[in-house]
Ligand binder design. Structure first.
Ligand code: PLP
Length: 444
């Protein structure tokens, strides 16, 4: 079958310019390891682990086998008023991997649901402790926490605010973005330095404005991923933790992208040595094969919610999804986490990340039209100067050109992001960088 045989009328593709796509479709029909096969038989190198998901590589036998076995054993079971063995086992594995006393896991099916779950838990926790007045959330400019109204509200993506702004949560404020285009234009495997205290505004303006005792939680991505891989300056997250502690504010890390090994260790929380009160995850936890997301929270949140005078038949946290702890998704997660461990893939991500960072800097620093190269862990962004009057068009064109050349990259604003699976080979990193370099050269 090829695209010419496909009826493309019915499917409305997500986050995709549909009119343009349907003139020039890109259709995958198979995948293995680091590669896709398209309907025309083209091999495409997956330079973005299918949007940060397929971190153990495509079509992994142990994961597929676990899913098939689960289907034949317990295909699905209601999540409410009953549990299943795989959900308990997967939760324990996630809790064991998470830092500090992040020990209690709520499951859902996506990063968007995870963000909304964390925000709702923050409100419920404060209320359970008799601090229901804590109902303000603080996010950060350019933050991405998915497409639910909660996640969009605390997120700082201008396009979301432009179209959906009228329906966003009212009691939300935002930290400023951390990136300085001049000082932070190039960094490789380290956090950038900042002479300016980026959190002074939080302490001196935002918290006094709302009164700190009214603030429920601050949510950030440890590294702004969807915006284009922007690492905060040294010490930023530690100081954010201190400020939250000082005022009894919960700190939420959205680790949908950074969780499960991207930085060479289990979580960005480990990398930056900061334990949040809640950590959201999705994508890589199940190798992207079956949708799974979740929130892992500190013991104290669970304890406060259980410490209630309500009768025992009353639900303590009025929240959950039909597919929370889906046995097939949890079986996929168990198998994925075992693959990570057996193959020591987090450490490998760290090693390959160094190769990727060095290769990107060697190829692009100083190239005409390139204004920034930012790498940390197994991910990097190359930022190009925008085309006059057409924001994002140059990166989009580079993405299309790379695809034609057999490489999948991620355009994000003016950035082109590479974030391959942890099983990537050094030669494939060279191929990615060479393909991207040829494409950028032909377009700037
Ligand atoms: C940091 C972060 N949070 C949340 C999400 C939303 O996840 P999903 O698309 O699974 O809802 C994403 C998706 O890329 C993300 O990068």
């Amino acid at each position: 079958m090829t695209t010419t045989d496909l009826n493309m009328d019915s499917y409305w593709l997500p986050f995709t310019p549909n009119r343009h796509f349907k003139q020039q479709p890109r259709v995958f029909v198979a995948a293995s390891g680091m590669h896709f096969t398209t309907d025309t038989g083209q091999q495409v190198l997956d330079g973005i682990s299918s949007l940060w998901c397929v971190t153990a590589g495509h079509n992994r036998k142990p994961i597929n086998e676990a899913i098939k076995a689960q289907l034949d054993t317990l295909d699905y079971a209601t999540a409410f008023q009953a549990g299943n063995d795989k959900a308990f086992a997967a939760a324990k594995m996630v809790a064991d991997l998470a830092p500090g006393d992040l020990n209690k896991v709520l499951f859902c099916s996506s990063g968007s649901e995870a963000a909304d779950t964390a925000l709702k838990l923050a409100l419920a926790y404060h209320r359970a402790r008799g601090e229901g007045h804590r109902n303000i959330f603080i996010g950060r400019e350019k933050g991405y926490h998915g497409v639910g109204f909660g996640g969009m509200s605390v997120g700082g993506i201008p396009a979301n605010r432009k179209v959906f702004g009228a329906a966003l949560l009212p009691r939300v404020d935002h930290l400023r973005f951390t990136h300085d285009p001049v000082q932070h234009a190039y960094y490789n495997g380290v956090e950038p330095q900042s002479e300016e205290d980026l959190l002074a505004e939080l302490e001196q303006r935002i918290l006094p404005l709302h009164s700190p005792e009214n603030v429920a939680a601050i949510i950030v991505e440890p590294i702004a991923g969807s915006a284009g891989w922007y690492v905060p300056p040294q010490g930023y997250l530690k100081r954010l933790r201190q400020i939250c502690d000082q005022h009894g504010i919960l700190l939420i890390f959205d680790e949908v992208i950074t969780g499960f090994g991207r930085l060479g260790v289990s979580f960005a929380a480990d990398y930056f040595d900061v334990v949040p009160d809640m950590l959201t995850f999705a994508k890589g936890v199940s190798n992207g094969v079956i949708p799974l997301g979740g929130v892992v929270c500190r013991d104290k949140l669970y304890a406060a919610m259980m410490n209630t005078n309500a009768p025992e038949h009353v639900i303590e946290f009025f929240h959950g999804y039909t597919y929370s702890g889906h046995p097939v998704a949890c079986a996929a997660a168990i198998a994925t986490l075992n693959v990570f461990k057996q193959e020591q893939l987090f450490a490998r991500a760290g090693q390959m990340g160094k190769l990727l960072g060095d290769a990107l800097h060697a190829a692009f620093k100083g190239m005409p039209g390139v204004v920034s190269v930012r790498t940390l862990g197994l991910a990097g962004a190359v930022e190009v100067a925008p085309l006059a009057g057409a924001p994002g068009k140059r990166a989009y064109d580079i993405f299309l050109d790379c695809f034609q050349k057999g490489l999948l990259v991620r355009p994000a604003g003016e950035n082109i992001v590479l974030c391959p699976a942890f099983v990537v080979e050094p030669a494939q990193i060279e191929q990615m960088v060479a393909t991207l370099a040829a494409s950028i050269k032909s377009r700037v």
